[in-house]
Design a protein around this ligand. Sequence first.
Ligand code: PLP
Length: 390
Amino acid sequence: MSYLFPNYGRWPIRITKGEGNYLWDEAGNRYLDLVSGIAVTSLGNVPHRVKVKVQEQLNTLWHCSNLFEIPIQEKLAEKLVSLTCGDRAFFCNSGAEANEAAIKLARRYAQKIKKQDRYEVITFEQSFHGRTLATLTATGQAKVKDGFAPLPDGFMTVPYNDAAALRAAITDKTCAVMLELVQGEGGVNPASPAFVEQVQALCAEHDLLLIVDEVQTGIGRTGKWFAYQHYNIEPDIITMAKGLGSGFPIGAIVGKEKLAEAFGPGTHGTTFGGNPLACSSGLATLETMEEEGYLARVAEMGAYFMAKLEQLSAVRPEIVGVRGKGLMLGVELAFEVADVIAKMRERGILLLQAGPNVLRLLPPFTVETEEIDRAIAALDDVLNTVTHTV
Ligand SMILES: *Cc1c(COP(=O)(O)O)cnc(C)c1O
């Protein structure tokens, strides 16, 4: 009997330790971690440089309310602005909170700055934006909404990679479009360049804000700081969280200067957001990635992993397709993947799923080619043992 709510379908291993690319369970078994806490521990488990900075901060100041100016928060904001097309940052504690802030900012900008009666946010099928009431409403998956009615008004979902459907859905109530550039939970689905450029053009034509949800794709995961940087676009708001703090909970939005007035004093806030411990983890994560050249490494290891998956796919009819960007990879099988994931786990390799038929690989940026080879060999072997009909 557990004292926890049973809201997670948990795997039956009890994790107690992490170091680099590995996790250990209570019994002492070691696992190659290709999950990274769902794209969180991008520098591996307990990364040394981040640990040292957070330890220094632990000795100095843990928490300080946003009633005061917080130098380390300003420093992290300056860093994020320098890495993006945005001008201002707001800090919170999770991805859902970052998206919630973006939705609130878009509505308030329309209503208070532009003096328009607009509030609707358009999102896409198979998207995932979080578990708060507003962000689950924004999410394009019915299962996330089941049993939580009534849901807030002002959201509309249209097919992904379909600019004509977006164009047809825009009304005089629309204030923003919110987009994942590679859908994570929804199946590792990249947006096509033509679609993304059309979304930006439609936003410009109809005077809508373009929000990119980079909670999973951000902070180097796709081989650039942010996935939008693979495309020829400039979003108005970028949301982020997972990889920002190497495991310390932190979320943020970065937005254009024109939005600043819409979030004046008293409009929005959170007690813990941008707390010094969280900011020290964020700053140390970004500095480590920058100084140690991790973006190039993600591109290189991502290409290596992708090439190996494509080789495997060529000889394996069970694999329907491989896709992704950088170290965010999806392998679609011709059948449900749960059994494959369990068997990989028995071989000491941890993987995720994204929808019933897609294996999701989110390795740490520190992953080695030898570890990738080992994962590929294990997958090849496991595919021999699962019973299925192709
Ligand atoms: C995980 C995720 C979220 C939600 O983040 P939480 O920190 O779990 O609230 C939102 N958007 C995307 C794209 C995500 O992958």
